[in-house]
Ligand binder design. Sequence first.
Ligand SMILES: [Zn+2]
Length: 340
Amino acid sequence: LISALHESTFEFSRVHIVADRSLFKHLDSAGKDSLRRLERAGGAEVSAFADGRLVELAFGTDRPECGAILVTHDFLDDFRRRFPEIEGADAIGWRPGRDARPVPLGRSFGSRTHQRVSRKEEALELNERRLRRQDVLDRAAADRFRCTSESCLVARLWPDELQELPTYDGRSDSFVCPSCAGPLEVVGTRLAAVQVVVFHGDQEVVRLLVEEGRPVTIGRVDGPGQLGLERHLPADAVAAVSRTHAKLDFDGSDLWVTDCGSKNGTKIGRRGAAPQDRTLVRSSKPSQWRQRDVVYLPEGVYLERSGRRLPLTGELEATEGPPPSDVAPTALVSDSRSRP
Ligand SMILES: [Zn+2]
Protein backbone atom coordinates (compact mmCIF):
# COMPACT_ATOMS: atom_id res chain seq x y z
CA LEU A 1 0.00 0.00 0.00
CA ILE A 2 2.83 2.42 0.83
CA SER A 3 4.54 1.94 -2.53
CA ALA A 4 1.19 2.12 -4.31
CA LEU A 5 0.54 5.45 -2.55
CA HIS A 6 3.90 6.82 -3.69
CA GLU A 7 3.07 5.86 -7.26
CA SER A 8 -0.45 7.30 -7.09
CA THR A 9 -1.57 10.81 -8.08
CA PHE A 10 -2.19 11.76 -4.43
CA GLU A 11 0.22 14.44 -3.27
CA PHE A 12 1.70 14.20 0.21
CA SER A 13 5.06 14.71 1.84
CA ARG A 14 5.37 11.42 3.71
CA VAL A 15 3.51 8.36 4.96
CA HIS A 16 3.27 7.74 8.67
CA ILE A 17 1.86 4.43 9.89
CA VAL A 18 -0.08 3.89 13.09
CA ALA A 19 -0.31 0.16 13.73
CA ASP A 20 -2.64 -1.32 16.30
CA ARG A 21 -0.74 -3.53 18.75
CA SER A 22 -3.08 -6.40 17.87
CA LEU A 23 -1.75 -6.32 14.31
CA PHE A 24 1.40 -8.22 15.29
CA LYS A 25 -0.42 -11.47 15.90
CA HIS A 26 -1.77 -11.38 12.34
CA LEU A 27 1.66 -10.91 10.73
CA ASP A 28 4.16 -13.56 9.71
CA SER A 29 7.77 -13.11 10.82
CA ALA A 30 8.74 -11.15 7.69
CA GLY A 31 5.78 -8.82 8.30
CA LYS A 32 6.74 -8.35 11.94
CA ASP A 33 10.33 -7.56 10.95
CA SER A 34 9.33 -5.01 8.36
CA LEU A 35 6.92 -3.25 10.75
CA ARG A 36 9.68 -3.13 13.42
CA ARG A 37 12.12 -1.72 10.85
CA LEU A 38 9.64 1.01 9.91
CA GLU A 39 9.10 1.76 13.58
CA ARG A 40 12.84 2.13 14.25
CA ALA A 41 13.20 4.39 11.21
CA GLY A 42 10.43 6.66 12.53
CA GLY A 43 7.96 5.81 9.78
CA ALA A 44 5.61 3.85 12.00
CA GLU A 45 4.36 3.77 15.55
CA VAL A 46 2.58 0.99 17.41
CA SER A 47 -0.39 2.00 19.52
CA ALA A 48 -2.61 0.11 21.92
CA PHE A 49 -5.55 2.01 20.44
CA ALA A 50 -4.68 2.89 16.85
CA ASP A 51 -8.02 4.36 15.79
CA GLY A 52 -7.93 6.95 18.56
CA ARG A 53 -4.35 7.89 17.71
CA LEU A 54 -5.18 8.27 13.99
CA VAL A 55 -8.14 10.50 14.75
CA GLU A 56 -5.94 12.62 17.04
CA LEU A 57 -3.37 13.04 14.29
CA ALA A 58 -5.91 14.02 11.68
CA PHE A 59 -8.54 15.92 13.67
CA GLY A 60 -7.15 16.59 17.16
CA THR A 61 -6.34 20.12 18.27
CA ASP A 62 -2.67 19.44 18.98
CA ARG A 63 -2.09 17.51 15.78
CA PRO A 64 1.55 17.67 14.78
CA GLU A 65 0.81 16.61 11.21
CA CYS A 66 -0.67 19.63 9.53
CA GLY A 67 -3.42 18.49 7.21
CA ALA A 68 -2.84 14.77 7.71
CA ILE A 69 -5.14 12.70 5.54
CA LEU A 70 -6.13 9.24 6.72
CA VAL A 71 -5.70 6.14 4.60
CA THR A 72 -8.38 3.87 5.99
CA HIS A 73 -11.63 2.08 5.24
CA ASP A 74 -13.00 2.78 8.70
CA PHE A 75 -15.96 5.14 9.15
CA LEU A 76 -14.78 6.27 12.61
CA ASP A 77 -18.31 6.15 14.03
CA ASP A 78 -17.02 6.04 17.61
CA PHE A 79 -15.36 9.42 17.23
CA ARG A 80 -17.94 11.45 15.36
CA ARG A 81 -19.50 13.19 18.30
CA ARG A 82 -16.12 14.34 19.61
CA PHE A 83 -14.85 15.30 16.14
CA PRO A 84 -17.81 16.50 14.04
CA GLU A 85 -15.35 17.52 11.29
CA ILE A 86 -14.98 13.82 10.41
CA GLU A 87 -18.32 14.12 8.62
CA GLY A 88 -17.58 14.86 4.98
CA ALA A 89 -13.78 14.87 5.48
CA ASP A 90 -11.72 13.34 2.68
CA ALA A 91 -9.75 10.16 3.12
CA ILE A 92 -7.96 7.63 0.97
CA GLY A 93 -9.18 4.06 0.58
CA TRP A 94 -8.12 1.33 -1.81
CA ARG A 95 -9.36 -1.50 -3.94
CA PRO A 96 -7.50 -4.68 -4.81
CA GLY A 97 -5.57 -4.40 -8.06
CA ARG A 98 -3.56 -6.83 -10.17
CA ASP A 99 -1.20 -9.19 -8.33
CA ALA A 100 -2.99 -8.34 -5.05
CA ARG A 101 -1.49 -4.87 -5.23
CA PRO A 102 -3.83 -2.25 -3.72
CA VAL A 103 -4.98 0.68 -5.83
CA PRO A 104 -5.49 3.86 -3.73
CA LEU A 105 -8.79 5.70 -4.20
CA GLY A 106 -10.21 8.93 -2.84
CA ARG A 107 -13.13 8.49 -0.46
CA SER A 108 -15.10 10.53 2.01
CA PHE A 109 -16.11 9.60 5.54
CA GLY A 110 -19.59 10.77 4.62
CA SER A 111 -22.40 11.40 7.04
CA ARG A 112 -23.71 8.96 9.61
CA THR A 113 -26.98 9.17 11.45
CA HIS A 114 -26.66 10.10 15.09
CA GLN A 115 -28.56 6.87 15.89
CA ARG A 116 -25.77 4.81 14.37
CA VAL A 117 -23.12 6.88 16.16
CA SER A 118 -24.93 6.49 19.49
CA ARG A 119 -25.21 2.73 19.07
CA LYS A 120 -21.51 2.40 18.27
CA GLU A 121 -20.58 4.58 21.24
CA GLU A 122 -22.82 2.55 23.49
CA ALA A 123 -21.29 -0.73 22.32
CA LEU A 124 -17.81 0.65 23.02
CA GLU A 125 -18.85 1.92 26.43
CA LEU A 126 -20.50 -1.38 27.42
CA ASN A 127 -17.42 -3.30 26.39
CA GLU A 128 -15.11 -0.99 28.35
CA ARG A 129 -17.29 -1.52 31.42
CA ARG A 130 -17.40 -5.29 30.98
CA LEU A 131 -21.20 -5.13 30.71
CA ARG A 132 -21.30 -7.90 28.14
CA ARG A 133 -23.94 -10.29 29.43
CA GLN A 134 -27.55 -9.22 29.14
CA ASP A 135 -28.38 -10.15 32.75
CA VAL A 136 -25.41 -8.09 34.00
CA LEU A 137 -26.43 -5.16 31.80
CA ASP A 138 -30.01 -5.34 33.06
CA ARG A 139 -28.78 -5.20 36.65
CA ALA A 140 -26.41 -2.30 35.88
CA ALA A 141 -29.24 -0.31 34.32
CA ALA A 142 -31.83 -1.12 36.97
CA ASP A 143 -30.19 0.84 39.79
CA ARG A 144 -28.79 4.31 40.33
CA PHE A 145 -25.34 4.33 41.92
CA ARG A 146 -22.99 6.74 43.60
CA CYS A 147 -19.29 6.56 44.41
CA THR A 148 -18.40 7.51 47.96
CA SER A 149 -14.62 7.66 47.63
CA GLU A 150 -13.26 11.03 48.76
CA SER A 151 -10.39 10.95 46.30
CA CYS A 152 -12.49 10.02 43.24
CA LEU A 153 -12.92 12.63 40.51
CA VAL A 154 -16.29 11.25 39.39
CA ALA A 155 -17.52 11.26 43.00
CA ARG A 156 -16.54 14.92 43.28
CA LEU A 157 -18.23 15.83 39.99
CA TRP A 158 -21.42 13.90 40.73
CA PRO A 159 -21.62 13.34 44.49
CA ASP A 160 -25.33 12.40 44.41
CA GLU A 161 -25.45 9.94 41.55
CA LEU A 162 -23.28 8.55 38.74
CA GLN A 163 -24.25 9.97 35.37
CA GLU A 164 -22.97 6.89 33.61
CA LEU A 165 -23.09 3.11 33.82
CA PRO A 166 -20.97 1.36 36.44
CA THR A 167 -18.20 -1.11 35.63
CA TYR A 168 -18.83 -4.79 36.30
CA ASP A 169 -16.41 -6.71 38.48
CA GLY A 170 -16.83 -10.37 37.61
CA ARG A 171 -14.83 -11.72 40.56
CA SER A 172 -17.08 -10.15 43.17
CA ASP A 173 -20.15 -10.17 40.86
CA SER A 174 -20.78 -6.55 41.75
CA PHE A 175 -20.54 -3.10 40.23
CA VAL A 176 -17.67 -0.72 40.84
CA CYS A 177 -16.95 2.93 40.07
CA PRO A 178 -15.93 3.42 36.41
CA SER A 179 -13.40 6.03 37.50
CA CYS A 180 -11.72 4.77 40.72
CA ALA A 181 -12.87 1.12 40.65
CA GLY A 182 -14.03 1.54 44.26
CA PRO A 183 -17.27 0.12 45.66
CA LEU A 184 -20.57 1.82 44.81
CA GLU A 185 -23.60 2.59 46.89
CA VAL A 186 -27.07 2.01 45.42
CA VAL A 187 -29.12 5.20 45.80
CA GLY A 188 -32.34 3.96 44.23
CA THR A 189 -33.87 2.27 41.25
CA ARG A 190 -33.70 3.72 37.78
CA LEU A 191 -36.82 4.34 35.74
CA ALA A 192 -36.95 3.11 32.16
CA ALA A 193 -36.35 6.07 29.88
CA VAL A 194 -35.84 7.20 26.31
CA GLN A 195 -33.38 9.85 25.23
CA VAL A 196 -34.68 12.50 22.83
CA VAL A 197 -32.38 14.72 20.79
CA VAL A 198 -33.47 18.24 19.81
CA PHE A 199 -32.06 19.63 16.56
CA HIS A 200 -32.18 23.07 14.99
CA GLY A 201 -31.21 23.01 11.32
CA ASP A 202 -28.68 20.20 11.36
CA GLN A 203 -27.23 21.09 14.73
CA GLU A 204 -27.92 19.06 17.85
CA VAL A 205 -28.92 21.52 20.56
CA VAL A 206 -29.88 19.46 23.60
CA ARG A 207 -30.73 15.93 24.75
CA LEU A 208 -33.50 15.22 27.18
CA LEU A 209 -34.49 12.19 29.12
CA VAL A 210 -38.14 11.10 29.17
CA GLU A 211 -38.63 8.71 32.06
CA GLU A 212 -41.39 6.16 32.37
CA GLY A 213 -44.59 7.67 33.76
CA ARG A 214 -43.15 11.21 33.91
CA PRO A 215 -44.49 13.17 30.94
CA VAL A 216 -42.39 16.12 29.79
CA THR A 217 -43.65 19.10 27.87
CA ILE A 218 -41.50 21.08 25.48
CA GLY A 219 -42.07 24.79 25.33
CA ARG A 220 -40.43 28.16 25.44
CA VAL A 221 -39.19 28.39 29.02
CA ASP A 222 -38.31 25.93 31.75
CA GLY A 223 -41.04 25.16 34.23
CA PRO A 224 -42.26 22.28 36.36
CA GLY A 225 -42.36 19.27 34.04
CA GLN A 226 -41.28 21.36 31.08
CA LEU A 227 -38.05 21.71 29.13
CA GLY A 228 -37.65 25.25 27.79
CA LEU A 229 -36.02 25.69 24.41
CA GLU A 230 -35.26 29.38 25.04
CA ARG A 231 -31.88 28.49 26.53
CA HIS A 232 -30.91 26.46 23.48
CA LEU A 233 -32.30 28.17 20.37
CA PRO A 234 -31.96 31.53 18.60
CA ALA A 235 -34.76 34.03 19.24
CA ASP A 236 -36.59 33.63 15.91
CA ALA A 237 -36.87 29.87 16.35
CA VAL A 238 -38.02 30.23 19.96
CA ALA A 239 -40.69 32.75 18.91
CA ALA A 240 -42.30 30.13 16.63
CA VAL A 241 -42.50 27.58 19.46
CA SER A 242 -45.56 27.92 21.67
CA ARG A 243 -45.29 28.56 25.40
CA THR A 244 -46.25 24.90 25.90
CA HIS A 245 -45.88 23.21 22.54
CA ALA A 246 -45.89 19.42 22.75
CA LYS A 247 -46.00 16.70 25.36
CA LEU A 248 -43.87 13.53 25.42
CA ASP A 249 -45.01 10.54 27.42
CA PHE A 250 -43.16 7.23 27.81
CA ASP A 251 -45.19 4.31 29.16
CA GLY A 252 -42.25 1.96 29.60
CA SER A 253 -42.44 0.47 26.14
CA ASP A 254 -43.87 3.08 23.77
CA LEU A 255 -43.23 6.80 23.43
CA TRP A 256 -46.17 9.10 22.70
CA VAL A 257 -46.36 12.70 21.52
CA THR A 258 -49.33 15.03 21.85
CA ASP A 259 -49.64 18.59 20.60
CA CYS A 260 -50.58 21.05 23.34
CA GLY A 261 -52.75 23.27 21.14
CA SER A 262 -49.67 24.98 19.72
CA LYS A 263 -50.03 27.92 17.33
CA ASN A 264 -47.75 26.51 14.60
CA GLY A 265 -48.48 22.85 15.10
CA THR A 266 -46.45 19.65 15.51
CA LYS A 267 -45.92 17.02 12.82
CA ILE A 268 -44.52 13.52 12.78
CA GLY A 269 -43.11 11.40 9.95
CA ARG A 270 -40.53 8.80 9.02
CA ARG A 271 -37.01 10.18 8.77
CA GLY A 272 -36.46 11.45 5.24
CA ALA A 273 -40.19 11.65 4.46
CA ALA A 274 -41.26 14.58 2.25
CA PRO A 275 -43.12 17.42 4.06
CA GLN A 276 -46.48 16.37 2.53
CA ASP A 277 -46.08 12.89 4.02
CA ARG A 278 -45.78 14.15 7.59
CA THR A 279 -48.81 13.72 9.80
CA LEU A 280 -50.22 16.43 12.02
CA VAL A 281 -49.95 15.52 15.69
CA ARG A 282 -53.29 16.16 17.35
CA SER A 283 -53.95 17.63 20.74
CA SER A 284 -56.86 15.28 21.40
CA LYS A 285 -55.09 11.98 20.80
CA PRO A 286 -51.44 10.97 21.36
CA SER A 287 -49.44 9.85 18.31
CA GLN A 288 -47.08 6.94 18.73
CA TRP A 289 -43.46 7.99 18.18
CA ARG A 290 -41.51 5.07 16.77
CA GLN A 291 -37.72 4.86 16.75
CA ARG A 292 -37.35 6.04 13.15
CA ASP A 293 -39.86 8.89 13.29
CA VAL A 294 -38.98 12.54 13.41
CA VAL A 295 -41.16 15.03 15.30
CA TYR A 296 -41.24 18.44 13.64
CA LEU A 297 -41.74 21.71 15.47
CA PRO A 298 -41.74 25.00 13.47
CA GLU A 299 -38.68 26.91 12.16
CA GLY A 300 -36.42 23.94 11.46
CA VAL A 301 -36.62 22.59 15.01
CA TYR A 302 -37.10 18.83 15.12
CA LEU A 303 -36.75 15.96 17.56
CA GLU A 304 -35.39 12.46 17.07
CA ARG A 305 -35.05 9.52 19.43
CA SER A 306 -31.44 8.67 20.15
CA GLY A 307 -30.00 5.29 19.22
CA ARG A 308 -29.01 4.48 22.79
CA ARG A 309 -30.76 1.52 24.37
CA LEU A 310 -29.71 2.63 27.83
CA PRO A 311 -30.19 6.35 28.03
CA LEU A 312 -28.71 7.71 31.23
CA THR A 313 -27.93 11.27 30.29
CA GLY A 314 -30.02 14.16 29.10
CA GLU A 315 -31.73 17.07 30.76
CA LEU A 316 -34.58 16.11 32.98
CA GLU A 317 -37.67 18.27 33.04
CA ALA A 318 -37.23 21.22 35.35
CA THR A 319 -38.87 20.80 38.74
CA GLU A 320 -39.71 23.50 41.29
CA GLY A 321 -36.91 25.89 42.10
CA PRO A 322 -34.45 27.96 40.13
CA PRO A 323 -33.60 27.00 36.55
CA PRO A 324 -30.46 24.92 36.18
CA SER A 325 -27.20 26.87 36.27
CA ASP A 326 -24.98 27.17 33.24
CA VAL A 327 -22.72 24.44 34.55
CA ALA A 328 -25.10 21.63 35.38
CA PRO A 329 -26.72 21.06 31.97
CA THR A 330 -23.34 20.84 30.27
CA ALA A 331 -22.32 18.03 32.57
CA LEU A 332 -25.66 16.29 32.19
CA VAL A 333 -25.78 16.34 28.42
CA SER A 334 -22.17 15.45 27.80
CA ASP A 335 -21.45 11.85 27.05
CA SER A 336 -19.17 9.75 29.18
CA ARG A 337 -16.07 10.25 27.10
CA SER A 338 -16.22 14.04 26.87
CA ARG A 339 -16.52 14.69 30.57
CA PRO A 340 -13.81 16.87 32.11
ZN1 LIG B 1 -15.13 6.53 42.20
